[in-house]
Design a protein around this ligand. Structure first.
Ligand SMILES: CC(C)(COP(=O)(O)OP(=O)(O)OC[C@H]1O[C@@H](n2cnc3c(N)ncnc32)[C@H](O)[C@@H]1OP(=O)(O)O)[C@@H](O)C(=O)NCCC(=O)NCCS
Length: 183
């Protein structure tokens, strides 16, 4: 069923998962890939609840693991639609790890997943407008618009290929870098 507009509240989603030993890396901490997979899952649930369709992940911004997550922690991922375009949605995800025995809660990261809604024909399809009900939601919407602008600038910079002249002057350009040119 297609609807005109929907509030942020209606698609807000939280997933909580216990960090079991098989999620750990050789250092005994939780693999970043496990957390990424959970983030993708909660982003999908939140986006598809807003869109009312199947959604795909198109890009991910600001993934930083600043604090390790331990085996035994309860990880909660809170997702909200921060912004909608025509067919895309930016989902803000806040990840919290909780040590229940020590009653310690740490914020491990906040990331942004851009999802695109797909129709029955597998093509991008229009999503409902986002109803913003308080200043915080307005703030997040504007921040997501800024994020889109920065993403486009980064993309343009990445597409700006290194010239043959820059490669030719690599000895000067890279003199303070930790590399050895050996040819
Ligand atoms: C995402 C996808 C549908 C975009 O297709 P497309 O032909 O470029 O479609 P459009 O140009 O119409 O763009 C659709 C929307 O995606 C957004 N978009 C496209 N590329 C993007 C990118 N690199 N980063 C962020 N948003 C992007 C566009 O801005 C547009 O948003 P809007 O409608 O809100 O303005 C297509 O690339 C796809 O299906 N990718 C595979 C996704 C997937 O399988 N993900 C799982 C990971 S394996």
């Amino acid at each position: 069923m297609t609807i005109e507009a929907q509030s942020v509240r209606e698609s807000q989603t939280t997933i909580t998962e216990l960090m079991i030993p098989s999620y750990a890396n050789f250092g005994g901490k939780i693999h970043g890939g496990i957390l990424l997979s959970l983030m993708d899952k909660v982003a999908y649930v939140c986006a598809s609840k807003h869109a009312g369709t199947y959604c795909v992940t198109v890009s991910v911004e600001n993934v930083e693991f600043l604090q390790p997550v331990e085996v035994g922690d309860l990880v909660s991922l809170h997702a909200s639609v921060n912004y909608v375009g025509k067919t895309s949605l930016i989902i803000g995800i806040r990840v919290i790890a909780e040590n229940v025995k020590q009653r310690l809660v740490k914020h491990t990261n906040s990331s942004y997943f851009t999802m695109v809604a797909k129709g029955e024909d597998d093509q991008p399809t229009l999503v409902p407008k986002l109803i913003l009900e308080n200043n915080e939601e307005v703030k997040r919407f504007i921040e997501a618009m800024n994020l889109k602008k920065i993403r486009n600038q980064i993309k343009a910079a990445m597409d700006d290929r290194v010239s043959f002249e820059q490669v030719a002057s690599a000895n000067t350009l890279l003199k303070d870098e930790r590399c050895v040119i050996k040819f």
